[in-house]
Design a protein around this ligand. Sequence first.
Ligand code: CTP
Ligand code: MG
Length: 229
Amino acid sequence: MAALWCVVPAAGRGTRVGGDLPKQYLPLAGRPLILHTLERLAAHPLIAGLMVVLGGKDEHWPGIGQLADKPVLTTLGGAERCDSVLAGLRALPAEVADEAFVLVHDAARPCVRQADIARLIERAVPAGGGLLGAPLRDTLKRAGSDGRSHTTEPRDHRWRAFTPQMFRRGELSAALLAAAVAGVTVSDEAMAMEHAGFAPLLVEGAEDNIKVTTAADFALAEFLLPRTT
Ligand code: CTP
Ligand code: MG
């Protein structure tokens, strides 16, 4: 199995965390959140290099060119996460073939486990592409605008989607472009692939692969970091 490149969208502003500094640069266990994420990815033997997608006027990127002897490249993202991922795919080195699988992993998920990255690659390569996720465990309610629960939705067959997600460079680029042309803002790569007629494989991963989203998530991520290697 040849090692794969990983696109890391990090061009968001972290509005739900608040504050001036985008969340990927806020300290987690004393170091910028994004560094933890990048180090985990670079440490994985099946990852060949990282393409970090940065926001415009980003003055905080530490200018890393290499991690664990692997290249770390950067490019400029866009208004939505899907725009940033497409920009990252386009900026990959020419040596990454259209048929090659590429991982996409949120900068905001520093607790991803090495074993889950390996399992995703092992299962989703023969399936043509897939993503980490987990079956829904809680009861799901549909809320009305009155803030009351009006119905209970079936839980079976419903999964939460995580990252990494892994697809072929060419197919994913075409799917993201097609969604953009159709005016569909896709919230993850799998949604773009579904829109293009694919059925990505769901690979169950640890639920502690949290996306740091609110200020309170920093304490949780700090607790999880040393426990999720
Ligand atoms: N992201 C990106 N480009 C965007 C929006 C988001 O690269 N235009 C990245 C974020 O930096 C993050 C990941 O996509 O690593 C997941 O997005 P999310 O958790 O929503 O981060 P933000 O968009 O920064 O946060 P918020 O939605 O609260 O503003
Ligand atoms: Mg966002």
